[in-house]
Design a protein around this ligand. Structure first.
Ligand code: ATP
Ligand code: MG
Length: 590
């Protein structure tokens, strides 16, 4: 795999779709406004959707940034070509699915900005609703001599499968009659055999160079209660058999999946062709296309490993802002637009590669730059005392200042805050004995308080241990920003600040990458070993008074510091909590 920063977005899928549209490949399909077999669809109207794609997650976990790539791709193509993308839960495996995941998945896809509604249909489907048809399809394969019940043990089956260089061996049960197979398959369905005692296999070719075509399993006995069908079934279809059928029943035209399914494509076509021959499905049939899954540096996207992070409390839940889940990214401050922009930038290709994490962060910066309100926040505060306050302002304890909410968007309005005799500034903005080139506060130097006055630093106060406890400075009169005198004194340093008496303390969670290694789970390494111990630091910052009541999910650019979001769970009126979404610049760049 190569490491690429910005692989050129390739549009091989768009080319395929444009070719199909030009050739009218899918022009004559009919659609009954519901999934169905050939007869049902034929009775429907001409399909108003030019193409149909689908996003088919298994409801066994939360969606992550890799899924987002697939979502943007499938829903984006449907949107761009007059089609519709189905939201399908691939819930054919009875053991792992839960309602919690179904809810969070639909929520995440909608939040990303996509809809499965189209042409009068809701297009929210559950693969388990097709079990009846799948069973019927299996019987049809048996009747046409294309499937048989195998009673070899799992070990025998493995041994007889052959290898990449060696052909497999036919099962002794391979040539049973259709009638015998049918009777046995019905016994399987009726619960007359133990789990694993026999399976139904497609009868293709035990010598095929493609191991996936060496009589793959299509139905297994598994006594498990299914979340949708309960105990109706004790046999369940295998994924590779179920998936093409789900696509066909839903009139899918372009079935887009990740590269690891490339070797399964011949079986995908085989299943559909046999069922079309048997009259159960109609041409044109769906076609499978593969693209490279997203691999993102500093991120893991394995559901199992993400689950481990949650259950072993390395993070604080699926929506921890450090998680690459959609709910985590959302809480971190990511916007749907930033994620869509990311998906657009990484493009779609047929070659596996690693995308640098900075590409994701860059998309967020680029999206928030034009949207986020600006605010001043002091993250590492030290007091600044304006010692000549009374001489300049008399008895008044506050001097009103204002700033644009956004420097390039006047229409976003202005924000107001007061200059007061005592402020907080960043500790790093004062040095008693600065190195050459330091332009901020040191005794004898002048700097500008942003949106305020030029000040002249006179010294500092210290505690017994020699730590600076307050910086001392004098206001230079008539230098207020925005007044004619503002340019009368030229200074190089600009200091951000928050009033000590009117500013608001806020909990700020300084998030960073969850892993210190670019490839946390590469080469059999235990990804837990490369967790970043500094991925979360909680500090108390001082923020502009108007931020006291920041609404959950509101994004800000804290000037100089980066983009922050009011935490959607923990922020409360008067008690704001902010998450650092991303720094202003990439600090990980080497
Ligand atoms: P698992 O098999 O571990 O349960 P999965 O990642 O295959 O997880 P699914 O729920 O089956 O999860 O995925 C739904 C869809 O998302 C599939 O079409 C899959 O191809 C796509 N997808 C999953 N991970 C990625 C990824 N990293 N990049 C792009 N697409 C992905
Ligand atoms: Mg999967």
């Amino acid at each position: 795999m190569s490491e690429e920063k910005n692989p050129a977005p390739s549009n091989f899928l768009r080319q395929i779709i444009e070719r199909d549209l030009a050739q009218g490949t899918y022009a004559n399909r009919h659609w009954a406004h519901a999934p169905g077999d050939a007869a049902q669809q034929a009775a429907g109207e001409p399909d108003p959707a030019k193409i149909r794609t689908r996003f088919p997650p298994e409801p066994n976990g939360y969606l992550h940034i890799g899924h987002a790539k697939s979502i943007c791709l499938n829903f984006g193509l449907a949107r761009d070509y007059g089609g519709v993308c189905h939201m399908r839960f691939d819930d054919t495996n009875p053991e792992k699915e839960e309602q919690e995941y179904v809810d969070s998945i639909t929520d995440s896809v909608q939040w990303l900005g996509f809809s499965w509604q189209g042409f009068g249909d809701t297009n929210l489907y559950f693969a388990s609703n097709y079990f009846d048809f799948m069973y019927r399809a299996a019987e049809a394969l048996i009747e046409t001599g294309h499937a048989y019940v195998d009673q070899q043990t799992a070990d025998e089956m493995r041994a007889n499968r052959g290898t990449l260089t060696e052909a497999g061996k036919d099962s002794p049960w391979r040539n049973r009659s259709a009638a015998e197979n049918l009777a046995l398959f019905r016994e399987m369905r009726d619960g007359r055999h133990a789990d694993g005692a026999m399976i139904l296999r497609a009868k293709i070719d035990m010598a095929s160079p493609n191991i996936n075509l060496r009589d793959p399993a299509i139905y297994r006995i598994k006594r498990a209660t299914h979340h949708n069908t309960g105990d109706k079934w004790c046999i369940y279809p295998m994924y590779t058999f179920a998936h093409p059928i789900e696509d066909a029943l839903e009139n899918i035209t372009h079935s887009i999946c990740t590269l690891e399914f490339e070797d399964q494509r011949p079986f995908y076509d085989w299943v559909l062709d046999r069922l079309a021959e048997a009259g159960l499905l109609a041409h044109p049939l769906p076609k499978q296309y593969e693209f490279a899954r997203l691999n993102l540096t500093y991120v893991i996207t394995s559901k199992r490993k993400l689950m481990q992070l949650v259950t072993e409390n390395f993070v604080e839940g699926w929506d921890d802002p450090r998680m690459p889940t959609i709910v985590g990214l959302r809480r971190r401050g990511y916007t749907p637009e930033a994620i869509q922009l990311f998906a657009e930038r990484i493009g779609v290709s047929k070659a596996d590669s690693w995308i640098d994490y900075s590409t994701l962060e860059g998309a967020l910066r680029d999206d928030l730059d034009s949207k986020a309100a600006r605010a001043m926040a002091v993250l590492d505060p030290v007091k600044l005392k304006l010692t000549n306050w009374a001489a300049v302002f008399g008895a008044a304890q506050a001097e009103p200042c204002s700033a644009p909410v956004h420097p390039h968007h006047e229409e976003m309005g202005r924000r107001s805050f007061n200059l007061t005799p005592e402020l907080y500034i960043e500790r790093e903005d004062f040095m008693e004995a600065p190195p050459k080139g330091y332009h901020r506060l040191f005794p004898g130097n002048m700097s500008r308080l942003k949106y305020g006055y030029v000040i002249h630093c006179t010294g500092c106060e210290k505690d017994a241990a020699g730590n600076v406890t307050a910086v001392l400075a004098e206001i230079v009169p008539d230098t207020k920003s925005g007044t004619p005198g503002a340019d009368s004194v030229k200074v190089k340093g600009v200091i951000t600040w928050v009033s000590a008496s009117e500013g608001v303390p806020a909990e700020v969670r300084m998030y960073d990458r969850l892993f210190t290694e670019a490839h946390p789970d590469a080469g059999g390494r235990n990804f837990i070993d490369s967790l970043n111990p500094d991925s979360k630091k909680v500090i108390t910052a001082w923020v502009e008074p108007e931020l006291a009541n920041a609404a959950p999910d509101t994004k800000f650019q804290f000037e100089r510091h980066g983009y922050f979001v009011a935490d959607r769970k923990d922020t409360q009126p008067g008690k704001p909590v902010f998450n650092r979404a991303v720094t202003l610049k990439d600090s990980w760049q080497k």
